[in-house]
Write a protein that binds this ligand. Structure first.
Ligand SMILES: Cc1cc2nc3c(=O)[nH]c(=O)nc-3n(C[C@H](O)[C@H](O)[C@H](O)COP(=O)(O)OP(=O)(O)OC[C@H]3O[C@@H](n4cnc5c(N)ncnc54)[C@H](O)[C@@H]3O)c2cc1C
Length: 208
């Protein structure tokens, strides 16, 4: 993965792409090229139904209801997340899967806020990546663990609270991080970054 660089020049031989020169001057040889330019959700059907469209998605309530008898899940749902306190639209499998269950609960009970935090994981060779919550460009990033040894987590903090946690080969911290997000407790950044702190001790006890 090459970050902070763009493709400056393509190289080809015999009608096939064979390499790229990057804007930082490096040249990479390639067997194949995949161009990922992003996607837009298909809002044709919600538009035809006259559902409220905002920020590229369908505005739903906490229980994923967009209008009387109409519910939206997954990529197209702009969901006011009751735990995170903001409207989010997330393009990940686990979110779409859980939204389906959430809609089932909402329909069965009349109204059930969907509270599960957004989550995704990916395994890339010896790197296991997990992410819980929803960070924004305004968050402060607090690192914890061994960056060079690829065993660390990054907490994304806004107004003293954790909004997201990204972990590399650090599953336990990611799980506790999720609970800390759900607790909505304010946290001390130095304590979070200190690997000698047992993060589960920061969680609220039954007594509060
Ligand atoms: C290249 C790629 C890689 C991805 N990799 C990952 C990954 O590694 N991990 C991860 O968590 N997520 C990944 N995602 C995101 C993940 O695929 C989506 O978040 C997930 O599929 C969303 O589910 P969904 O049901 O909301 O939408 P979709 O899976 O897009 O399903 C929507 C369906 O509605 C149909 N449809 C649309 N309009 C109409 C209509 N008018 N009438 C009838 N049918 C209609 C569409 O044809 C489609 O089948 C990836 C997405 C892409 C594009």
């Amino acid at each position: 993965m090459r970050t902070a660089t763009t493709v400056k020049e393509w190289h080809s031989y015999g009608g096939r792409v064979t390499g790229v020169t990057l804007s930082d001057g490096r040249r990479e040889e390639v067997d194949a090229v995949l161009i990922a330019i992003g996607i837009d959700p298909n809002l044709q059907l919600p538009r035809a139904l006259g559902l409220p469209i905002q920020s590229g998605g369908v505005q739903v309530d906490e229980g994923l209801r967009a209008a009387d008898g109409v519910y939206c899940a997954g990529d197209i749902a702009l969901h006011p997340h009751p735990v995170l306190g903001e409207s989010i639209r997330v393009e990940h499998w686990e979110v779409a899967k859980h939204h389906g269950r959430g809609i089932g609960s909402s329909i069965a009970s009349g109204h059930a806020p969907v509270t599960r935090l957004p989550y995704f994981w990916s395994d890339q060779y010896d790197v296991s990546l997990e992410y819980r919550g929803h960070a924004s460009g305004q968050d402060r990033a607090i690192w914890r663990g061994d960056k060079e040894g690829l065993h660390f987590s990054v907490f994304y903090i806004r107004d003293g609270r954790i909004h997201a946690v990204l972990s590399i080969n650090d599953k336990k911290v990611n799980e506790v991080g999720g609970k800390l997000i759900e607790s909505r407790r304010t946290v001390d950044e130095k304590t979070l970054a200190d690997v000698s702190t047992d993060l589960s001790e920061l969680l609220p006890t039954a007594a509060g």
